[in-house]
Design a protein around this ligand. Structure first.
Ligand SMILES: [Zn+2]
Length: 337
């Protein structure tokens, strides 16, 4: 058992569902607040770290809004992205496709400067930490008025090699995928990869809508697909990857605390699952923590190995790059003592 935990900690991992803003340390937000003279409702870094810890959904929203409010200048994005690289490295993550919340920031920044800073952060971060990060800005469903501007921003960034796709996040209830058909069509035609959070706050019909209306290539969370057998059959048939984030589901009470996570059932039904941490620092979790949780819930090491392989294979890397990452992982498995 002890060896399994060390295996999980040390194995080279891939992550496909993580929000940059939710994976930045409270220290970095504190320093940005000091630099940008943003008043936080605490008196010290120590108190801020305590405030930052997950307590409830309402508190999480407060933390999120406060944390993001410390980002005032395009170069601040460089700071948070570099911090993100450092964090991913701490989890032995070698490759990540990460979300950037575009709906809340595009109006406030000069886009050219923003793209320039993000591009520099990606180059410098990769050199410094030997981790590869590719970005997927997302539209917040509950800020639909930002959708067109986000697509413009993402398309421009895609042309410059800064972004690889468009995502859909935010509040699922009351904001159907159908509202964003036009924007996803435009992004798809521009060559962007398309992903959407669905089947988290709303049931299986939301997963179906993301597949049919948005041409989503992966589903964020999607655990509520299990509520409808015909959507499960479709998802199984097309082997659409699900970006499953167990601790996030427990924190947001999508899954009751006293129940095992439904990922085991999803795997049993033949769905393609990947494992991710969503907003690790705001949810007091980590990617290593997600693997440990599933191990504690009775999933065996072979299943966890398969989850990391699924994650590699569900990425937007080229086939050659996927083969390289799989070989790296296989080498690790062979040599692990
Ligand atoms: Zn998410």
């Amino acid at each position: 058992m002890k060896n399994n935990i060390r295996f999980i900690e040390e194995m080279p991992k891939v992550e496909l569902h993580v929000h940059i803003e939710g994976a930045v340390s409270p220290d970095t937000y504190w320093h940005l607040a000091e630099k940008n003279r943003v008043k936080l409702p605490v008196e010290s870094l120590h108190e801020w770290k305590d405030f930052f810890k997950f307590k409830s959904f309402a508190h999480f929203i407060d933390v999120y809004i406060l944390a993001v409010s410390t980002i005032k200048k395009p170069e601040d994005y460089k700071t948070i992205i570099k911090d993100f690289f450092r964090y991913q490295k701490s989890q032995n993550i070698v490759y990540t496709e990460a979300f950037l919340s575009a709906s809340f920031m595009i109006e406030s920044f000069n886009q050219e400067e923003l793209l320039h800073n993000i591009k520099e952060a990606l180059i410098e971060g990769e050199n410094e930490y030997c981790v590869e990060v590719r970005l997927i800005p997302d539209i917040a469903r509950n800020v639909p008025e930002s959708a067109d501007a986000v697509v413009d921003f993402v398309t421009n960034g895609f042309k410059e090699g800064v972004f690889i796709g468009l995502g859909l996040g935010g509040l699922e209830q009351g904001y159907l995928a159908e509202k964003f058909v036009k924007q996803f069509q435009r992004a798809g035609e521009a060559g962007l990869n398309l992903v959407a959070h669905a089947g988290e706050g709303v049931g299986a019909e939301s997963v179906l809508s993301a597949i049919e209306n948005l041409n989503a290539q992966r589903i964020g969370h999607g655990i509520r697909v299990l509520e409808n057998d015909s959507v499960v059959s479709l998802a199984k048939e097309i082997q659409i990857p699900f970006e499953v984030c167990p601790n996030s589901n427990y924190r947001l009470k999508i899954v009751p605390e006293n129940e095992n996570h439904p990922i085991a059932e999803m795997i049993k039904q033949g769905l393609l699952c990947t494992l991710n941490s969503d907003d690790p620092l705001m949810f007091s979790t980590s990617l290593i923590g997600e693997y440990k949780l599933l191990l504690a819930q009775g999933l065996d090491l072979q299943t966890l190995i398969q989850l990391n392989k699924n994650t590699i294979n569900s990425s937007f890397l080229t086939d050659v790059e996927k083969i390289e990452l799989n070989s790296k992982f296989d080498r690790f498995i062979d040599e692990f003592k």
